[in-house]
Design a protein around this ligand. Structure first.
Ligand code: ZN
Ligand code: ZN
Length: 401
C-alpha cells in the first residue's frame, strides 16, 4: 500500500501567502482529515467552517442544502459578487496511510482531498478578511455531498444563487500525478454529462405461431435500438462528443411466446448542454415514433444525473492570468487533449453562473502522486498555500478596488 509521506508544511510556498500562518491551516486540514464525514452528514466539519468564518467577521449562513455553509463578506461599495466553492465530504473507504493524523473513524476517509479544498478556502477566507483590499461581495460556498453528486444541486435548490447572487463562481480540485505548483486551467468542456433512461415497450402478448394476433415488443425494441445508433452519428457534429449506449435489455421467457413487454436501459453522455438537450430530444422522438410505427406503446423515464463541467471563456481567462502571475506561465497548462473522465457536481453551479473549475497539482510519486479514492491517498499540504494564494489573488483581481 502506498504510504503518503508526512510533509512538513512547505516553507518555500509560504511567501505566496505572507499574511497568514500557513501552519495553522495545515493543522486545520489534518484535523478535518482525522474526522471524515460522509454525504450530507458533515455536521462537525461544517460547524468548524462556520465558526471560523464567524470569528473572522463573515456573515455566516448555515444549513443551505441541508448542511452547506455560505460565508459572505462585503467590502466597499462595489457591485461585483464572486463565489468560490469548496467541498467538505469524505468517502466510505478504510484509510491505509498510517499517517499520524489518519482517519479516527473506521471506514471513512478523506480520500479525495476535500479536507484540503476546505482548508484552502478557509486560509483564503482568513487572508481576505484580514486584508481589506477588495471592493464588492465575496460568497464562500462550502458544500456537502460532492461524492454522490447531490450537494451542489441541493444548495442551488435551496436558493443558493437567489440568496447569494454571484457574477462568477470558481472551484478547484487537487490532481495527483501533476506536480505541486502546476495549475491546469482549461476553457470549455472538461467532462461529459451523465444521464440515464429506462424505456418500456408495451405490446400485446400472444402465441409465437400467431404474430398477427399480437403486437410484438421485441421486434419493435430491436428497431428502436438500431435507430438509436443514429442519434450521435447523424445529429452530433463530428468535432463534438456524445455517447448513447444500451446497457441492458429484458423481455420474454421462452421460444413460443411473444411477450407483453420489453424493457431496456440507456446511458447518455454529452460534452455540452446544447448537445445534451439535442441528444435527449432525438432519443425521445426515435423511441416514440418508432414504437408508433410498430403499433406498440413506449414509455420513457429519462433522468438527468450530472451536467457536463463547462468552463466559460472570460472567467477561465481571468483564472489563467491569475495563475500565471502566481506561478509563471510555464506552470499553467491551458491546453490539454483530455479533460476529466469522472463527473463533478460543481457542474450544477456552472450551469447557473459563469465560472471555472481549476485543477491543482497534488504532486508526483511518493509526494502526492497516489490517486484519489485510493486508501493510500493524502492531500499534499504543500499545495495548500498555492490554492489559498490563488483564491486570494483571484478575489482581489475580480473585486477590484
Ligand atoms: Zn472524489
Ligand atoms: Zn473530489
Amino acid at each position: 500500500m502506498t504510504r503518503a509521506p508526512t510533509l512538513k508544511p512547505h516553507h518555500l510556498m509560504r511567501h505566496l501567502l505572507p499574511e497568514i500562518d500557513v501552519d495553522a491551516f495545515v493543522d486545520i486540514r489534518r484535523q478535518i482529515h482525522a474526522h471524515p464525514e460522509l454525504g450530507f452528514e458533515v455536521g462537525t466539519t461544517s460547524e468548524l467552517v462556520a465558526s471560523l468564518l464567524e470569528e473572522w467577521g463573515y456573515e455566516v449562513h448555515r444549513g443551505i442544502g441541508k448542511s452547506g455553509v455560505v460565508g459572505q463578506l462585503t467590502r466597499g461599495s462595489g457591485k461585483r459578487r464572486l463565489g468560490i466553492r469548496a467541498d467538505m465530504d469524505a468517502l466510505p473507504i478504510v484509510e491505509a496511510t498510517g499517517l499520524a493524523y489518519a482517519s479516527q473513524i473506521q471506514g471513512r476517509m478523506h480520500a479525495c482531498g476535500h479536507d484540503g479544498h476546505t482548508a484552502i478556502l478557509l486560509a483564503a477566507a482568513k487572508a481576505l478578511a484580514d486584508g481589506p483590499d477588495f471592493d464588492g461581495t465575496l460568497n464562500l460556498i462550502f458544500q456537502p455531498d460532492e461524492e454522490n453528486l447531490c450537494g451542489a444541486r441541493a444548495m442551488i435548490e435551496d436558493g443558493l444563487f437567489e440568496r447569494f447572487p454571484c457574477d462568477a463562481v470558481y472551484a478547484l480540485h487537487n490532481i495527483p500525478g501533476i506536480q505541486v505548483g502546476t495549475f491546469h486551467v482549461l476553457t470549455g468542456s472538461l467532462s461529459l454529462s451523465s444521464d440515464v433512461a429506462d424505456v418500456t415497450i408495451r405490446g400485446v402478448g400472444g402465441h409465437g405461431a400467431m404474430p398477427h394476433r399480437a403486437r410484438d415488443p421485441i421486434s419493435a425494441s430491436a428497431a428502436i435500438i438500431t435507430a438509436l445508433q443514429t442519434v450521435v452519428a447523424r445529429n452530433v457534429a463530428p468535432d463534438d462528443y456524445a455517447v448513447v449506449s444500451v446497457g441492458f435489455i429484458q423481455g420474454g421467457a421462452t421460444h413460443n411466446v411473444i411477450p407483453e413487454c420489453v424493457k431496456f436501459g440507456l446511458n447518455v453522455r454529452a460534452s455540452r448542454e446544447d448537445t445534451r438537450a439535442l441528444v435527449e430530444q432525438r432519443i425521445r422522438e426515435i423511441v416514440a415514433l418508432t414504437a408508433q410505427a410498430h403499433g406498440v406503446e413506449a414509455l420513457i423515464d429519462y433522468r438527468q444525473l450530472t451536467p457536463p463541467v463547462v468552463n466559460t471563456e472570460a472567467e477561465t481567462q481571468l483564472a489563467q492570468r491569475v495563475c500565471v502571475e502566481l506561478v509563471g506561465a510555464g506552470n499553467v497548462v491551458t491546453q490539454a487533449s483530455r479533460g476529466l473522465s469522472g463527473s463533478e457536481d460543481f457542474a450544477w453551479m456552472l450551469g447557473r453562473v459563469p465560472g471555472c473549475y481549476l485543477m491543482l497539482g497534488n504532486g508526483q510519486g511518493d509526494a502526492g502522486g497516489c490517486m484519489v479514492h485510493n486508501p493510500g491517498y493524502d492531500f499534499n499540504d504543500a499545495a495548500l498555500p498555492l490554492g489559498a494564494a490563488l483564491w486570494v489573488r483571484l478575489a482581489r483581481t475580480f473585486l477590484v478596488v
